[in-house]
Each structure stands twice: as C-alpha cells, then as structure tokens.
Ligand binder design. Structure first.
Ligand code: NDP
Length: 337
C-alpha cells in the first residue's frame, strides 16, 4: 500500500460555511459521519454581511445575520463537526465513485463524498460608499431587507428580472421607488417589467450609472451620485434606501471544470435531489439555486444534501483507496490451506 493510500479518508467533506453548509454538517454529524467542513476564511457566507434577519422561521424577534450563523455553526459543532476556517484552493473530484480530494495549498484531504455549498455572491457596482453603507441604507437583497424601508425613498439599481422582482416587493413598503438602469432598454422579461411598471409608486430613470453612495449626518445613506451613461453629466438624487440588483455570481470556480454547471456557472443537480453528475458529489444552497436564494431554502437543501450523501455512503461500496489502517498495514493473513 502506498503512503498516499494510507491517509485518512473522510466520510464526507463539506465545502462552504453558510446556512446550506452548516445544515449539511449538522445532519451528517448527527448521522455519525463526522463531517469535515471547509467553511471559508470569511465563514458564515452572505449572512455575515446582513444585519437583522426577520424572515427565518423560529426567530420571532428576528436575529442578526452573523449571530444566526454562529448558532448554526455551534449546533453542527455540538455533534462533532470539525471546521477548517479557510478557503479551499483546489478540488479533485473523482468521476467514478473513487476518493475525492480537497486541497489547502499542498495539504490534501480525502473523502468518499463531498457536499458543495460554496454559495453565491451578489455582484457589486464597486463604487465608493457601496460597502461602507451596507446595512445602513444600501442592500443587495430586496426580500431580506425591503421591510426595513417603510416610508423611504428608494432606488433599485439594475434592469433585469431581479431588479423588477425586488422593486415590486420593496414598493409595498417604500413611499417612492425608482429603478435606475444604465441603458434605456431593460434586460428584464416583458412580463416582469410590465408588472413592476404597473405599480403606482414605481418609476424608472435611464440611462444612469451610480457613481457613489453618500451618507447623511446620521451616517446612513442620504444621496446617490449618478452619471448619465451617454452625456457623462453627473447629478445627485436623494434616497435613503438603495438596492443593488445587478445579478449574482455562483462561487463554483474550484469545481466548474469538473462537475456539470449551467451557462451562468450554477452547479446542475438532478431535479428533486442534490446529486450532481458525479457519484458521491452533491451540491446545495445558492451555488445551485438562482431562484430563491434565501437562508431558509439554502438550509433546506443543505439537509437534502446530507441525506443524499448518507444514503450514497450506505448504498455504495467504499472506494478501494478508502481502506485506511490507522496503525499501519494490517498483518498479512496466511492463506488457508
Ligand atoms: P441579469 O444579469 O439578468 O441582469 C442584471 C442587470 O444589471 C442588467 O440590467 C444589467 O445591465 C445590470 N448591470 C450589470 N452590471 C451592472 C453595473 N456594473 N452597473 C449597472 N448595471 C449593471 O441578472 P438578474 O439577477 O436580474 O437575473 C439573473 C437570472 O435570474 C435571469 O435569468 C433572470 O431571468 C432570472 N430571474 C428570474 C426571476 C423570476 O422569474 N422570478 C427573478 C429574478 C431573476 P445590462 O442589461 O446593461 O447588462
């Protein structure tokens, strides 16, 4: 047996530490699978950048995003989950049910199954004030934060279906809502566009690109500086809420050349399951889902991934490389006569 094949082979490695990854960890830990989670250097996923979460069931008073992730993590840890607080550098997924490998630099970790839960990132404009005023007027999630903008004057940046959908939702709370698009034409589907524009307190402003988010004396968003996309002329518009809805990027870069992904990079799974095209490789949460993108839906698919992995491990013979002898090689057994 080579040195390589004597290394421990985990039952399951989970890549990603958001609601999906931690829920997968909780379930696999309670199933005695001793999961190893690579939770990322900035563990907690998108909820680490969120303030109040009021729509996660079970928290009637709401909870701060980072605190909620702390609790998810602690619950998974209680049942023996081990965490590595770092970003995975490289992954080698087996295509035939063999051992999968996850690398941190040169350090190799091996597993019979892998649950991919790397999440997605909202695209950012990359302009001053956008990150500084996040949670103080600037948001990337209409469904999460819309209800905090009762009576506000709000801008929604973007011209796709997300911008339309967010606008309709936020308009239930905001006094006035303006969709700011960088072109006169909108990328959104006609039905979504028509639905948004039919709402009384929604209008549009084109073709403008945000240049800067400006705080007021209270440190919260007060104005947005815009540039006319054609003339270059700059102007300011008052707003106490701004939602950046210009799309998401799934964080599938470490696996996208090995596992099937769609044209936008989201990992493909068999409908109604978390199974990817590779045996023993499962995908959960926002790295799969470009529709719902909620903590509760991510947690739900994390649970599905854990159950799928558990069943896979139960029903599949362990890969040959997965026989591990902690005390070295077993004594040779004399052939029976
Ligand atoms: P899209 O990529 O469809 O749209 C992004 C929008 O943001 C475009 O208007 C784009 O402008 C604009 N944009 C991109 N970068 C910038 C920038 N740097 N500055 C200013 N504006 C920018 O993303 P969506 O999230 O809207 O949609 C993604 C997918 O999800 C789509 O397939 C959509 O149909 C689907 N979806 C479906 C929903 C539903 O059916 N209920 C709801 C939400 C999304 P430009 O057009 O100039 O590139």
């Amino acid at each position: 047996m080579s040195e390589d094949s004597k290394k421990k082979v985990e039952n399951v490695i989970i890549v990603g530490g958001g609601p999906a990854g931690y829920t997968a960890a909780l379930y696999t830990a309670r199933a005695n699978l001793e999961p190893l989670v690579f939770e990322g250097f900035q563990w907690g996923g998108q909820l680490q950048n969120t303030t109040d979460v009021e729509n996660y069931p079970g928290y009637p008073e709401g909870i701060m995003g980072p605190e909620m992730m702390n609790q998810f993590r602690a619950q998974a840890e209680r049942f023996g989950t081990r965490f590595v607080t770092d970003d995975v550098d490289r992954v080698e997924l087996s295509s035939d049910g063999g051992v999968h490998k996850v690398f941190l630099g040169d350090e190799e970790h091996r597993a019979k199954s892998v649950i991919l839960a790397m999440g997605a990132e909202p695209k950012r404009l990359g302009v001053p004030g956008e990150m500084e005023l996040a949670g103080r007027g600037v948001s990337t999630c209409g469904v999460c934060d819309g209800a905090f903008f009762k009576g506000h004057r709000v801008l929604v940046i973007g011209g796709g279906d997300s911008a339309m959908e967010d606008s309709v939702f936020i308009s239930k709370f905001a006094d006035e809502l303006t969709i700011v698009n960088r072109r006169d034409e909108f990328r959104a589907s006609k039905i979504m566009y028509d639905r948004a524009l039919a709402v009384d307190n929604i209008d549009t402003l084109t073709p403008f690109t945000p240049l800067e988010f400006l705080p007021g004396e209270d440190g919260k968003l007060a104005k947005v500086k815009l540039r006319h996309s054609e003339t270059g002329e700059e102007s300011e518009i008052e707003a106490t809420g701004a939602f950046v809805a210009i799309g998401h990027v799934p964080r599938s870069e470490v696996v996208k050349d090995q596992v099937d992904v769609d044209e936008d990079g989201y990992i493909k799974v068999e409908p109604g399951s978390t199974r990817t095209n590779l045996p023993g490789v499962f995908a959960v949460g926002d790295v799969v889902d470009h529709t719902y993108r909620q903590a509760v839906t991510a947690a739900g698919t994390g649970c599905m991934g854990a159950l799928d992995a558990e069943r896979y491990l139960r029903d599949s013979p362990p890969p040959v490389e997965a026989h591990w002898f902690p005390g070295g090689e077993p004594a040779e057994i004399a052939p029976t006569a």
